[in-house]
Design a binder for this molecule. Structure first.
Ligand code: MCA
Ligand code: AMP
Length: 498
Protein backbone atom coordinates (compact mmCIF):
# COMPACT_ATOMS: atom_id res chain seq x y z
CA UNK A 1 0.00 0.00 0.00
CA UNK A 2 1.33 3.40 -0.85
CA UNK A 3 -0.71 5.22 1.76
CA UNK A 4 -2.38 2.77 4.16
CA UNK A 5 -4.88 5.23 5.65
CA UNK A 6 -6.09 6.53 2.31
CA UNK A 7 -5.97 3.09 0.69
CA UNK A 8 -7.99 1.49 3.51
CA UNK A 9 -10.59 4.14 4.25
CA UNK A 10 -11.11 6.12 1.09
CA UNK A 11 -9.69 4.58 -2.11
CA UNK A 12 -12.12 1.61 -2.10
CA UNK A 13 -15.03 4.06 -2.50
CA UNK A 14 -13.78 5.73 -5.67
CA UNK A 15 -16.44 5.48 -8.34
CA UNK A 16 -19.02 3.95 -5.99
CA UNK A 17 -22.36 5.62 -6.68
CA UNK A 18 -23.73 4.46 -3.31
CA UNK A 19 -25.02 6.83 -0.62
CA UNK A 20 -22.47 8.01 1.94
CA UNK A 21 -23.98 11.11 3.58
CA UNK A 22 -27.67 11.85 3.90
CA UNK A 23 -27.96 15.59 4.59
CA UNK A 24 -30.68 17.53 6.44
CA UNK A 25 -31.88 19.20 3.21
CA UNK A 26 -32.79 15.78 1.80
CA UNK A 27 -29.81 15.56 -0.54
CA UNK A 28 -27.28 12.74 -0.56
CA UNK A 29 -23.52 12.74 -1.13
CA UNK A 30 -22.43 9.51 -2.78
CA UNK A 31 -19.18 7.77 -1.94
CA UNK A 32 -17.89 8.64 -5.41
CA UNK A 33 -18.76 12.34 -5.04
CA UNK A 34 -17.10 12.42 -1.63
CA UNK A 35 -13.88 10.90 -2.96
CA UNK A 36 -13.86 13.33 -5.90
CA UNK A 37 -14.33 16.25 -3.55
CA UNK A 38 -11.51 15.03 -1.32
CA UNK A 39 -9.22 14.96 -4.37
CA UNK A 40 -10.19 18.54 -5.24
CA UNK A 41 -9.49 19.64 -1.69
CA UNK A 42 -6.16 17.79 -1.78
CA UNK A 43 -5.16 19.95 -4.79
CA UNK A 44 -6.38 23.05 -2.95
CA UNK A 45 -4.33 22.13 0.12
CA UNK A 46 -1.23 21.83 -2.04
CA UNK A 47 -2.10 25.21 -3.51
CA UNK A 48 -1.87 26.63 0.00
CA UNK A 49 1.60 25.11 0.31
CA UNK A 50 0.61 22.15 2.48
CA UNK A 51 3.04 19.22 2.22
CA UNK A 52 3.20 15.75 3.78
CA UNK A 53 3.80 15.95 7.53
CA UNK A 54 2.40 19.51 7.81
CA UNK A 55 -0.31 20.10 10.39
CA UNK A 56 -3.63 21.42 9.06
CA UNK A 57 -5.67 22.92 11.90
CA UNK A 58 -9.40 22.99 11.18
CA UNK A 59 -12.10 24.78 13.13
CA UNK A 60 -15.25 24.72 11.03
CA UNK A 61 -18.83 23.60 11.57
CA UNK A 62 -19.86 20.07 10.73
CA UNK A 63 -20.37 19.73 6.97
CA UNK A 64 -19.41 17.29 4.17
CA UNK A 65 -16.43 19.46 3.13
CA UNK A 66 -14.99 19.25 6.64
CA UNK A 67 -15.06 15.47 6.37
CA UNK A 68 -13.65 15.63 2.84
CA UNK A 69 -10.82 17.74 4.25
CA UNK A 70 -9.94 14.86 6.56
CA UNK A 71 -9.75 12.60 3.50
CA UNK A 72 -7.73 15.25 1.63
CA UNK A 73 -5.22 15.41 4.48
CA UNK A 74 -4.88 11.63 4.35
CA UNK A 75 -4.34 11.80 0.59
CA UNK A 76 -1.69 14.53 0.76
CA UNK A 77 -0.02 13.01 3.84
CA UNK A 78 -0.83 16.08 5.94
CA UNK A 79 -1.71 15.75 9.62
CA UNK A 80 -5.37 16.54 10.32
CA UNK A 81 -5.90 18.64 13.44
CA UNK A 82 -9.60 19.22 14.09
CA UNK A 83 -10.62 21.71 16.79
CA UNK A 84 -13.78 22.18 18.82
CA UNK A 85 -15.92 24.89 17.21
CA UNK A 86 -16.62 26.28 20.69
CA UNK A 87 -12.97 27.24 21.29
CA UNK A 88 -12.26 30.94 21.72
CA UNK A 89 -9.56 32.76 19.76
CA UNK A 90 -7.35 32.61 22.87
CA UNK A 91 -7.62 28.82 23.00
CA UNK A 92 -7.07 28.50 19.25
CA UNK A 93 -3.89 30.58 19.34
CA UNK A 94 -2.31 28.00 21.60
CA UNK A 95 -3.25 25.03 19.41
CA UNK A 96 -2.15 26.67 16.17
CA UNK A 97 1.19 27.85 17.52
CA UNK A 98 1.95 24.76 19.64
CA UNK A 99 1.31 22.43 16.71
CA UNK A 100 3.26 24.64 14.31
CA UNK A 101 0.33 24.33 11.89
CA UNK A 102 1.05 25.28 8.28
CA UNK A 103 -2.58 26.20 7.66
CA UNK A 104 -5.59 27.13 9.76
CA UNK A 105 -8.94 26.49 8.11
CA UNK A 106 -11.64 28.48 9.89
CA UNK A 107 -15.25 29.47 9.91
CA UNK A 108 -15.90 32.45 7.58
CA UNK A 109 -18.09 34.07 10.26
CA UNK A 110 -14.99 34.42 12.45
CA UNK A 111 -12.61 35.33 9.65
CA UNK A 112 -11.31 38.52 11.26
CA UNK A 113 -10.14 37.05 14.54
CA UNK A 114 -9.02 33.69 13.12
CA UNK A 115 -6.91 35.27 10.39
CA UNK A 116 -5.11 37.14 13.16
CA UNK A 117 -4.60 33.91 15.11
CA UNK A 118 -3.15 32.16 12.06
CA UNK A 119 -0.80 34.94 11.06
CA UNK A 120 0.49 35.46 14.61
CA UNK A 121 1.42 31.77 14.64
CA UNK A 122 3.03 31.92 11.19
CA UNK A 123 0.28 29.80 9.58
CA UNK A 124 -1.61 30.47 6.37
CA UNK A 125 -5.36 31.01 6.68
CA UNK A 126 -8.32 29.83 4.60
CA UNK A 127 -12.01 29.47 5.15
CA UNK A 128 -14.18 26.56 4.11
CA UNK A 129 -16.95 28.23 2.17
CA UNK A 130 -17.64 29.67 -1.25
CA UNK A 131 -15.98 33.04 -0.68
CA UNK A 132 -12.76 34.47 -2.01
CA UNK A 133 -9.63 33.12 -0.33
CA UNK A 134 -11.39 29.96 0.63
CA UNK A 135 -10.28 26.38 0.29
CA UNK A 136 -13.64 25.29 -1.14
CA UNK A 137 -13.44 28.00 -3.74
CA UNK A 138 -10.00 26.88 -4.89
CA UNK A 139 -11.12 23.26 -4.80
CA UNK A 140 -14.12 23.85 -7.09
CA UNK A 141 -11.96 24.28 -10.19
CA UNK A 142 -9.56 21.41 -9.44
CA UNK A 143 -9.36 17.95 -10.99
CA UNK A 144 -11.26 15.17 -9.23
CA UNK A 145 -8.21 12.91 -9.42
CA UNK A 146 -5.17 13.34 -7.18
CA UNK A 147 -1.96 11.30 -7.00
CA UNK A 148 -2.04 9.99 -3.44
CA UNK A 149 1.14 10.86 -1.57
CA UNK A 150 2.98 7.78 -0.31
CA UNK A 151 2.98 7.29 3.46
CA UNK A 152 3.87 4.59 5.94
CA UNK A 153 1.66 3.06 8.63
CA UNK A 154 3.83 4.65 11.30
CA UNK A 155 3.49 8.14 9.84
CA UNK A 156 1.30 10.55 11.75
CA UNK A 157 -2.26 11.03 10.51
CA UNK A 158 -3.83 13.29 13.13
CA UNK A 159 -3.26 15.40 16.20
CA UNK A 160 -6.04 15.75 18.75
CA UNK A 161 -5.49 18.16 21.60
CA UNK A 162 -6.44 16.95 25.01
CA UNK A 163 -6.18 19.15 28.07
CA UNK A 164 -4.24 17.93 31.01
CA UNK A 165 -3.95 17.93 34.74
CA UNK A 166 -1.14 20.47 34.41
CA UNK A 167 -3.49 22.92 32.70
CA UNK A 168 -1.60 22.83 29.41
CA UNK A 169 -3.20 21.08 26.46
CA UNK A 170 -1.23 18.28 24.87
CA UNK A 171 -1.27 17.28 21.22
CA UNK A 172 -1.89 13.53 21.06
CA UNK A 173 -0.10 12.20 17.96
CA UNK A 174 -2.03 9.44 16.20
CA UNK A 175 -0.45 7.36 13.47
CA UNK A 176 -2.15 5.90 10.43
CA UNK A 177 -1.87 2.48 12.07
CA UNK A 178 -3.57 3.72 15.26
CA UNK A 179 -6.62 4.81 13.27
CA UNK A 180 -6.75 1.89 10.85
CA UNK A 181 -6.34 -0.87 13.42
CA UNK A 182 -9.00 0.46 15.78
CA UNK A 183 -11.54 1.12 13.04
CA UNK A 184 -11.05 -2.35 11.55
CA UNK A 185 -11.42 -3.99 14.95
CA UNK A 186 -14.60 -2.07 15.77
CA UNK A 187 -16.20 -2.62 12.36
CA UNK A 188 -15.81 -6.35 12.75
CA UNK A 189 -16.78 -6.47 16.43
CA UNK A 190 -19.93 -4.39 15.96
CA UNK A 191 -20.72 -6.11 12.63
CA UNK A 192 -21.05 -2.98 10.53
CA UNK A 193 -21.63 -3.60 6.82
CA UNK A 194 -22.49 -1.62 3.69
CA UNK A 195 -26.17 -2.11 4.59
CA UNK A 196 -25.83 0.02 7.70
CA UNK A 197 -27.15 3.55 8.02
CA UNK A 198 -25.67 5.29 11.06
CA UNK A 199 -27.34 8.25 12.75
CA UNK A 200 -24.44 10.69 13.10
CA UNK A 201 -25.23 13.68 15.34
CA UNK A 202 -21.85 13.88 17.11
CA UNK A 203 -19.27 16.57 16.46
CA UNK A 204 -16.50 15.49 14.06
CA UNK A 205 -13.61 17.16 15.86
CA UNK A 206 -13.22 14.38 18.46
CA UNK A 207 -12.35 10.71 18.50
CA UNK A 208 -15.96 9.61 18.97
CA UNK A 209 -17.54 11.30 15.94
CA UNK A 210 -14.49 11.07 13.65
CA UNK A 211 -12.31 8.07 14.41
CA UNK A 212 -15.02 5.80 15.77
CA UNK A 213 -18.23 6.70 13.93
CA UNK A 214 -16.87 7.96 10.60
CA UNK A 215 -13.91 5.61 10.24
CA UNK A 216 -16.06 2.58 11.02
CA UNK A 217 -18.62 3.62 8.41
CA UNK A 218 -15.87 4.26 5.86
CA UNK A 219 -14.48 0.78 6.37
CA UNK A 220 -17.94 -0.80 6.31
CA UNK A 221 -18.95 1.17 3.21
CA UNK A 222 -22.31 2.15 4.72
CA UNK A 223 -24.09 5.50 4.94
CA UNK A 224 -24.51 8.15 7.63
CA UNK A 225 -27.44 10.43 8.35
CA UNK A 226 -25.19 13.43 8.84
CA UNK A 227 -26.79 15.90 11.26
CA UNK A 228 -25.12 19.18 12.23
CA UNK A 229 -25.73 18.55 15.94
CA UNK A 230 -27.93 16.67 18.37
CA UNK A 231 -31.57 17.44 17.71
CA UNK A 232 -33.91 14.82 19.14
CA UNK A 233 -36.71 15.74 16.69
CA UNK A 234 -34.40 15.04 13.76
CA UNK A 235 -33.12 11.83 15.32
CA UNK A 236 -36.62 10.51 15.93
CA UNK A 237 -37.69 11.44 12.39
CA UNK A 238 -34.70 9.70 10.82
CA UNK A 239 -34.60 6.62 13.05
CA UNK A 240 -37.03 4.45 11.04
CA UNK A 241 -34.64 4.73 8.06
CA UNK A 242 -31.50 4.00 10.09
CA UNK A 243 -29.92 0.88 11.58
CA UNK A 244 -27.56 2.23 14.22
CA UNK A 245 -26.53 5.20 16.35
CA UNK A 246 -23.48 6.26 18.34
CA UNK A 247 -23.82 8.86 21.08
CA UNK A 248 -22.74 10.15 24.45
CA UNK A 249 -25.07 9.42 27.42
CA UNK A 250 -26.85 12.79 26.98
CA UNK A 251 -28.15 11.51 23.62
CA UNK A 252 -29.85 8.62 25.40
CA UNK A 253 -31.29 10.58 28.32
CA UNK A 254 -32.72 13.19 25.92
CA UNK A 255 -34.29 10.51 23.72
CA UNK A 256 -35.84 8.91 26.80
CA UNK A 257 -37.31 12.28 27.75
CA UNK A 258 -39.34 12.23 24.52
CA UNK A 259 -42.52 10.12 24.64
CA UNK A 260 -42.40 9.61 20.84
CA UNK A 261 -39.25 7.55 21.32
CA UNK A 262 -40.49 3.98 21.65
CA UNK A 263 -40.38 0.45 20.25
CA UNK A 264 -42.03 1.41 16.97
CA UNK A 265 -39.56 4.24 16.40
CA UNK A 266 -36.57 1.94 16.95
CA UNK A 267 -37.97 -1.12 15.13
CA UNK A 268 -35.48 -0.81 12.25
CA UNK A 269 -32.47 -0.22 14.51
CA UNK A 270 -30.00 -3.01 15.26
CA UNK A 271 -27.48 -1.22 17.48
CA UNK A 272 -27.16 1.71 19.90
CA UNK A 273 -23.63 2.46 21.14
CA UNK A 274 -22.70 4.77 24.01
CA UNK A 275 -19.36 6.14 25.16
CA UNK A 276 -17.18 9.13 26.13
CA UNK A 277 -18.77 9.36 29.59
CA UNK A 278 -20.28 6.92 32.05
CA UNK A 279 -23.75 5.68 31.11
CA UNK A 280 -25.81 5.24 34.24
CA UNK A 281 -27.01 1.68 34.72
CA UNK A 282 -30.46 3.21 35.31
CA UNK A 283 -30.39 4.75 31.80
CA UNK A 284 -29.41 1.39 30.35
CA UNK A 285 -32.34 -0.29 32.10
CA UNK A 286 -34.87 2.43 31.21
CA UNK A 287 -33.73 2.28 27.57
CA UNK A 288 -34.28 -1.46 27.38
CA UNK A 289 -37.68 -1.18 29.01
CA UNK A 290 -38.77 1.49 26.52
CA UNK A 291 -37.31 0.09 23.30
CA UNK A 292 -36.31 -3.51 23.87
CA UNK A 293 -32.71 -2.62 22.85
CA UNK A 294 -29.73 -3.02 25.15
CA UNK A 295 -27.28 -0.15 24.68
CA UNK A 296 -23.75 -1.32 23.92
CA UNK A 297 -21.31 0.69 26.06
CA UNK A 298 -17.64 0.98 25.15
CA UNK A 299 -14.69 2.88 26.62
CA UNK A 300 -11.87 4.83 25.04
CA UNK A 301 -9.64 7.87 25.12
CA UNK A 302 -8.18 10.37 22.70
CA UNK A 303 -4.74 8.82 23.22
CA UNK A 304 -5.86 5.25 22.62
CA UNK A 305 -9.03 5.31 20.52
CA UNK A 306 -11.26 2.52 21.84
CA UNK A 307 -10.02 0.06 24.47
CA UNK A 308 -12.99 -2.03 25.57
CA UNK A 309 -16.46 -2.82 24.37
CA UNK A 310 -19.43 -4.81 25.51
CA UNK A 311 -19.99 -7.73 23.13
CA UNK A 312 -22.24 -7.50 20.09
CA UNK A 313 -23.61 -11.01 20.41
CA UNK A 314 -22.85 -11.81 24.05
CA UNK A 315 -24.09 -10.24 27.26
CA UNK A 316 -24.07 -6.44 27.44
CA UNK A 317 -23.70 -5.67 31.12
CA UNK A 318 -25.18 -2.39 32.36
CA UNK A 319 -22.68 -0.24 34.25
CA UNK A 320 -19.66 -1.94 32.65
CA UNK A 321 -17.63 -0.96 29.61
CA UNK A 322 -17.25 -4.58 28.55
CA UNK A 323 -14.18 -6.57 27.57
CA UNK A 324 -10.80 -5.48 26.19
CA UNK A 325 -10.90 -5.30 22.38
CA UNK A 326 -9.38 -8.37 20.66
CA UNK A 327 -6.11 -6.57 19.82
CA UNK A 328 -5.87 -4.50 23.02
CA UNK A 329 -4.16 -5.74 26.18
CA UNK A 330 -5.58 -4.26 29.36
CA UNK A 331 -4.41 -4.53 32.94
CA UNK A 332 -5.63 -3.09 36.20
CA UNK A 333 -2.45 -1.97 37.89
CA UNK A 334 -1.12 -0.50 41.11
CA UNK A 335 0.89 2.73 41.22
CA UNK A 336 4.02 0.86 40.00
CA UNK A 337 2.30 -0.74 37.04
CA UNK A 338 2.10 -4.21 38.58
CA UNK A 339 -1.06 -6.07 37.64
CA UNK A 340 -3.57 -6.46 40.46
CA UNK A 341 -5.67 -9.58 41.00
CA UNK A 342 -9.14 -9.65 39.38
CA UNK A 343 -11.71 -7.84 41.49
CA UNK A 344 -9.29 -5.24 42.86
CA UNK A 345 -9.54 -1.59 41.87
CA UNK A 346 -6.55 0.07 40.23
CA UNK A 347 -5.47 2.20 37.29
CA UNK A 348 -6.45 1.03 33.82
CA UNK A 349 -3.40 0.53 31.59
CA UNK A 350 -3.57 -0.50 27.93
CA UNK A 351 -1.21 -1.65 25.19
CA UNK A 352 -1.82 -2.35 21.53
CA UNK A 353 -1.83 -0.94 17.99
CA UNK A 354 -4.42 1.62 19.16
CA UNK A 355 -2.07 3.41 21.56
CA UNK A 356 -0.85 6.79 20.30
CA UNK A 357 2.70 7.86 19.45
CA UNK A 358 3.12 10.36 22.29
CA UNK A 359 2.43 14.01 23.02
CA UNK A 360 3.73 16.49 20.46
CA UNK A 361 6.88 18.21 21.71
CA UNK A 362 6.38 16.81 25.23
CA UNK A 363 8.71 13.81 25.55
CA UNK A 364 8.81 14.00 29.36
CA UNK A 365 5.03 13.97 29.59
CA UNK A 366 4.88 11.04 27.17
CA UNK A 367 7.43 9.14 29.23
CA UNK A 368 5.49 9.83 32.42
CA UNK A 369 2.32 8.28 31.02
CA UNK A 370 3.94 5.31 29.28
CA UNK A 371 5.38 2.26 31.05
CA UNK A 372 8.69 0.90 29.75
CA UNK A 373 6.84 -2.24 28.57
CA UNK A 374 4.59 -0.14 26.31
CA UNK A 375 1.48 0.08 28.49
CA UNK A 376 -0.21 3.50 28.54
CA UNK A 377 -1.46 4.74 31.90
CA UNK A 378 -4.99 5.99 31.24
CA UNK A 379 -5.53 7.66 34.62
CA UNK A 380 -8.95 5.98 34.87
CA UNK A 381 -9.69 3.79 37.86
CA UNK A 382 -11.22 0.45 37.04
CA UNK A 383 -11.93 -3.06 38.15
CA UNK A 384 -12.17 -6.23 36.09
CA UNK A 385 -14.46 -9.07 37.13
CA UNK A 386 -13.84 -12.81 36.83
CA UNK A 387 -15.34 -12.83 33.31
CA UNK A 388 -13.08 -10.00 32.16
CA UNK A 389 -15.72 -7.24 32.11
CA UNK A 390 -14.25 -3.86 33.05
CA UNK A 391 -16.06 -1.26 35.15
CA UNK A 392 -14.74 2.30 35.32
CA UNK A 393 -15.18 3.26 38.95
CA UNK A 394 -13.58 6.69 38.99
CA UNK A 395 -10.77 8.87 37.74
CA UNK A 396 -7.27 9.12 39.12
CA UNK A 397 -6.96 12.30 37.07
CA UNK A 398 -8.78 15.47 38.05
CA UNK A 399 -11.22 15.78 35.17
CA UNK A 400 -14.88 16.65 34.64
CA UNK A 401 -16.90 15.17 31.73
CA UNK A 402 -19.76 17.43 30.71
CA UNK A 403 -22.00 16.11 27.95
CA UNK A 404 -19.05 14.06 26.67
CA UNK A 405 -16.60 16.99 26.64
CA UNK A 406 -13.65 16.85 29.01
CA UNK A 407 -12.91 19.77 31.26
CA UNK A 408 -9.68 19.94 33.24
CA UNK A 409 -10.16 21.91 36.47
CA UNK A 410 -6.50 22.95 36.47
CA UNK A 411 -6.92 24.97 33.28
CA UNK A 412 -9.81 26.89 34.86
CA UNK A 413 -8.13 27.27 38.26
CA UNK A 414 -5.07 28.90 36.69
CA UNK A 415 -7.33 31.50 35.07
CA UNK A 416 -9.48 32.01 38.18
CA UNK A 417 -6.44 32.41 40.46
CA UNK A 418 -5.37 35.38 38.34
CA UNK A 419 -8.68 37.24 38.81
CA UNK A 420 -8.87 40.32 41.10
CA UNK A 421 -9.57 39.44 44.73
CA UNK A 422 -9.07 35.70 44.25
CA UNK A 423 -6.48 34.18 46.55
CA UNK A 424 -6.96 30.69 45.15
CA UNK A 425 -9.64 28.54 43.60
CA UNK A 426 -10.84 24.99 43.16
CA UNK A 427 -13.09 23.71 40.39
CA UNK A 428 -15.17 20.59 40.93
CA UNK A 429 -17.73 18.65 38.91
CA UNK A 430 -21.27 18.65 40.25
CA UNK A 431 -24.09 16.37 39.11
CA UNK A 432 -26.23 17.66 36.23
CA UNK A 433 -29.27 15.79 34.89
CA UNK A 434 -28.62 16.60 31.22
CA UNK A 435 -24.81 16.85 30.97
CA UNK A 436 -23.85 14.28 33.62
CA UNK A 437 -21.72 16.82 35.44
CA UNK A 438 -20.87 20.52 35.10
CA UNK A 439 -18.11 22.63 36.67
CA UNK A 440 -18.60 24.69 39.83
CA UNK A 441 -15.89 27.12 40.97
CA UNK A 442 -15.04 27.70 44.60
CA UNK A 443 -13.17 30.99 45.04
CA UNK A 444 -11.22 32.04 48.13
CA UNK A 445 -11.50 35.74 48.97
CA UNK A 446 -8.02 37.28 49.25
CA UNK A 447 -6.88 40.52 50.92
CA UNK A 448 -7.39 42.57 47.76
CA UNK A 449 -10.66 43.82 46.26
CA UNK A 450 -13.98 42.13 46.92
CA UNK A 451 -14.49 39.28 44.44
CA UNK A 452 -16.82 40.34 41.61
CA UNK A 453 -18.37 37.12 40.29
CA UNK A 454 -20.05 38.82 37.32
CA UNK A 455 -16.72 40.29 36.20
CA UNK A 456 -15.06 36.89 36.59
CA UNK A 457 -17.80 35.23 34.53
CA UNK A 458 -17.21 37.79 31.80
CA UNK A 459 -13.44 37.19 31.88
CA UNK A 460 -13.96 33.42 31.64
CA UNK A 461 -16.29 33.92 28.67
CA UNK A 462 -13.50 35.38 26.57
CA UNK A 463 -10.87 32.95 27.84
CA UNK A 464 -12.46 29.53 27.41
CA UNK A 465 -15.17 27.76 25.44
CA UNK A 466 -18.70 28.02 26.83
CA UNK A 467 -18.91 24.34 27.78
CA UNK A 468 -15.90 24.75 30.11
CA UNK A 469 -17.19 27.84 31.90
CA UNK A 470 -18.26 27.21 35.51
CA UNK A 471 -22.04 27.08 35.77
CA UNK A 472 -21.94 28.45 39.33
CA UNK A 473 -19.57 30.07 41.78
CA UNK A 474 -19.13 30.01 45.57
CA UNK A 475 -16.96 32.48 47.49
CA UNK A 476 -15.40 31.09 50.68
CA UNK A 477 -12.76 32.05 53.24
CA UNK A 478 -10.62 28.95 52.84
CA UNK A 479 -10.46 25.61 51.01
CA UNK A 480 -10.48 22.35 52.95
CA UNK A 481 -6.98 20.77 52.97
CA UNK A 482 -5.52 17.51 54.19
CA UNK A 483 -2.48 17.31 56.45
CA UNK A 484 -0.19 17.44 53.38
CA UNK A 485 -1.76 20.76 52.42
CA UNK A 486 -3.55 19.30 49.37
CA UNK A 487 -7.00 20.69 48.56
CA UNK A 488 -9.65 18.09 49.40
CA UNK A 489 -11.92 18.08 46.39
CA UNK A 490 -13.87 15.16 47.82
CA UNK A 491 -14.92 17.38 50.73
CA UNK A 492 -15.87 20.18 48.32
CA UNK A 493 -17.94 17.79 46.20
CA UNK A 494 -19.69 16.58 49.35
CA UNK A 495 -20.54 20.14 50.33
CA UNK A 496 -21.51 21.60 46.94
CA UNK A 497 -22.09 18.50 44.79
CA UNK A 498 -25.86 18.38 44.84
C1 MCA B 1 -23.05 22.53 24.67
N1 MCA B 1 -23.09 23.23 25.82
C2 MCA B 1 -22.53 22.50 26.78
C3 MCA B 1 -22.12 21.30 26.17
N2 MCA B 1 -22.46 21.34 24.86
N3 MCA B 1 -22.33 22.76 28.08
C4 MCA B 1 -21.72 21.82 28.80
N4 MCA B 1 -21.30 20.63 28.29
C5 MCA B 1 -21.49 20.35 26.97
N5 MCA B 1 -21.08 19.19 26.45
C6 MCA B 1 -23.67 24.52 26.09
C7 MCA B 1 -23.56 25.52 24.98
O1 MCA B 1 -22.39 26.27 25.10
C8 MCA B 1 -24.80 26.36 25.20
O2 MCA B 1 -24.61 27.21 26.29
C9 MCA B 1 -25.81 25.36 25.62
O3 MCA B 1 -25.05 24.29 26.24
C10 MCA B 1 -26.61 24.79 24.46
O4 MCA B 1 -25.75 24.59 23.36
P1 MCA B 1 -26.08 23.55 22.23
O5 MCA B 1 -25.05 23.57 21.18
O6 MCA B 1 -27.49 23.68 21.82
O7 MCA B 1 -25.90 22.21 23.03
P2 MCA B 1 -26.40 20.85 22.63
O8 MCA B 1 -26.55 20.70 21.17
O9 MCA B 1 -27.58 20.55 23.46
O10 MCA B 1 -25.13 19.94 22.99
C11 MCA B 1 -25.05 19.10 24.04
C12 MCA B 1 -24.42 17.80 23.55
C13 MCA B 1 -23.09 18.13 22.85
C14 MCA B 1 -25.33 17.10 22.58
C15 MCA B 1 -24.21 16.91 24.76
O11 MCA B 1 -22.22 18.78 23.74
C16 MCA B 1 -22.44 16.95 22.25
O12 MCA B 1 -22.71 16.56 21.12
N6 MCA B 1 -21.51 16.32 22.98
C17 MCA B 1 -20.73 15.22 22.50
C18 MCA B 1 -19.28 15.49 22.74
C19 MCA B 1 -18.40 14.39 22.16
O13 MCA B 1 -18.54 14.01 21.01
N7 MCA B 1 -17.48 13.91 22.95
C20 MCA B 1 -16.59 12.85 22.53
C21 MCA B 1 -15.18 13.20 22.89
P3 MCA B 1 -25.45 28.54 26.51
O14 MCA B 1 -26.87 28.25 26.17
O15 MCA B 1 -25.25 28.87 27.93
O16 MCA B 1 -24.81 29.51 25.58
S1 MCA B 1 -14.10 11.85 22.39
C22 MCA B 1 -14.03 10.98 23.85
O17 MCA B 1 -14.50 11.39 24.83
C23 MCA B 1 -13.44 9.62 23.96
C24 MCA B 1 -12.32 9.30 23.08
C25 MCA B 1 -14.52 8.59 23.78
O18 MCA B 1 -14.50 7.62 24.54
O19 MCA B 1 -15.38 8.79 22.91
P1 AMP C 1 -10.98 12.09 26.07
O1 AMP C 1 -9.86 12.73 26.77
O2 AMP C 1 -11.95 13.02 25.47
O3 AMP C 1 -10.42 11.10 25.14
O4 AMP C 1 -11.82 11.32 27.15
C1 AMP C 1 -11.44 10.06 27.61
C2 AMP C 1 -11.99 9.81 28.95
O5 AMP C 1 -13.41 9.71 28.91
C3 AMP C 1 -11.52 8.49 29.52
O6 AMP C 1 -10.23 8.58 30.06
C4 AMP C 1 -12.60 8.20 30.53
O7 AMP C 1 -12.34 8.90 31.73
C5 AMP C 1 -13.85 8.78 29.88
N1 AMP C 1 -14.69 7.76 29.24
C6 AMP C 1 -14.78 7.43 27.93
N2 AMP C 1 -15.70 6.46 27.74
C7 AMP C 1 -16.20 6.17 28.96
C8 AMP C 1 -17.19 5.26 29.45
N3 AMP C 1 -17.87 4.47 28.63
N4 AMP C 1 -17.41 5.24 30.77
C9 AMP C 1 -16.74 6.03 31.62
N5 AMP C 1 -15.81 6.93 31.23
C10 AMP C 1 -15.55 6.99 29.91
Amino acid sequence: MTNPLYDTMFAPHAGQETPFLHLPDGSTVTHAAFINRAAQLAHALQGYGVRAGDRVAVQVGKCPDMLALYAACAQTGAIFLPLNTAYTAAELSYFVSDSGAALLVGDPARRGELEGVAHAAGAAFATLDAQGGSLSDSADTQATQFDTVARHRDDLAAFLYTSGTTGRSKGAMLSQQNLISNAQTLTELWQFTRDDVLLHALPIFHTHGLFVATNVMLIAGGAMVFMPKLDTDQLIDAMPRATSMMGVPTFYTRLLDDPRFDRACTANMRLFISGSAPLLAATHVAFEERTGHRILERYGMTETNMNTSNPYAGERRAGTVGLPLPDVELRIADADGSELPRGETGVVEVRGPNVFQGYWNMPEKTEEDMRPDGFFITGDLGVQDADGYVTIVGRGKDMIISGGYNIYPKELELLLDAQPGVLESAVIGVAHADMGEVPLAVLVQGDGPQIDVAAIEAAMATAVARFKQPRSYRVVDALPRNTMGKVQKVALRKEYGT
